[in-house]
Design a protein around this ligand. Structure first.
Ligand SMILES: CC(C)(COP(=O)(O)OP(=O)(O)OC[C@H]1O[C@@H](n2cnc3c(N)ncnc32)[C@H](O)[C@@H]1OP(=O)(O)O)[C@@H](O)C(=O)NCCC(=O)NCCS
Length: 221
């Protein structure tokens, strides 16, 4: 049975080099079989840190009673208007809460902490892909509402926008451009990286179909 979290025992702090492996283990536990059989997010966490778009100043861990129970990692991304002008914004992911502590508010807490720090650093918007139920309660709205699309005026159900500075997105049409770190994901490298962790069985979960539906659907007015 899951324990309840005593919020006074949570410490949110920047990720340090000594946390890297623990964060990758946590990420693997959190994502395993959720979106695909197995997962690649722990490998993504591993390679993100040496990518030019990585933002260590916004990459946090939440310690619960001395152990890392949650993590959020940030990259630079961009919004490009129809004249080709780009503005730098933020994207996060992976965000991971250890399965023992999910659905107890830890994800919302680490997000809120990171948004407050991002504001202090002068960022004004965050754009992410994900499941609506994880993000709308933290203020994210459908990208359609802000006229933020993928290439080709496509507004996926799974694309969300949070204005850190209200009104900063002025209604103009923007295309979301994410970091090319994602192109470095390679099945063989993920499999090789996986072998450095304890064996874990790949399998199917209904959440995989749910995310397929979200990520292959769009919002049309
Ligand atoms: C997604 C994740 C980061 C959310 O963190 P969490 O600590 O579990 O979630 P929280 O308790 O902070 O709840 C966030 C919101 O999720 C929703 N939620 C909470 N419990 C829920 C439940 N049992 N069922 C459905 N939705 C629920 C709620 O909207 C909640 O906000 P609210 O309490 O204000 O209504 C975490 O579950 C996780 O690591 N999941 C596996 C990896 C993953 O999917 N990462 C995100 C990739 S897009």
């Amino acid at each position: 049975m899951k324990t309840q979290i005593n919020t006074q025992d949570i410490i949110i702090r920047l990720e340090q080099e000594r946390d890297y492996r623990a964060v990758e283990e946590l990420t693997r536990e959190a994502f395993w079989n959720v979106y695909t059989p197995g997962c690649s997010e722990h490998y993504l966490a591993h390679i993100m840190r040496s990518h030019r778009d990585f933002l260590p100043e916004l990459t946090f861990v939440a310690e619960y009673r001395g152990k890392i129970a949650a993590s959020i990692m940030y990259m630079k991304s961009w919004l490009e208007d129809d004249d080709g002008n780009r503005r730098e914004i933020l994207s996060f992911g992976p965000i991971s809460v250890h399965p023992d502590y999910q659905r107890m508010g830890l994800g919302k807490r680490i997000m809120a902490h990171s948004f407050a720090e991002a504001k202090k650093l002068g960022y004004d918007a965050v754009v992410i892909f994900g499941n609506p139920e994880n993000y709308v309660s933290s203020g994210f709205k459908c990208s359609r509402r802000f006229n933020v699309s993928m290439d080709g005026n496509y507004f996926p159900v799974s694309l969300f926008v949070l204005e850190l500075k209200p009104g900063t997105l002025d209604g103009r049409h923007y295309v979301y451009r994410e970091s090319d770190v994602i192109t470095l994901l390679d099945d063989e490298k993920v499999a090789e990286f996986n072998r450095s962790f304890p064996p874990k069985e790949k399998g199917w979960m209904p959440s995989q179909e749910k995310f397929y539906i979200y990520s292959h659907s769009s919002v049309n007015e």
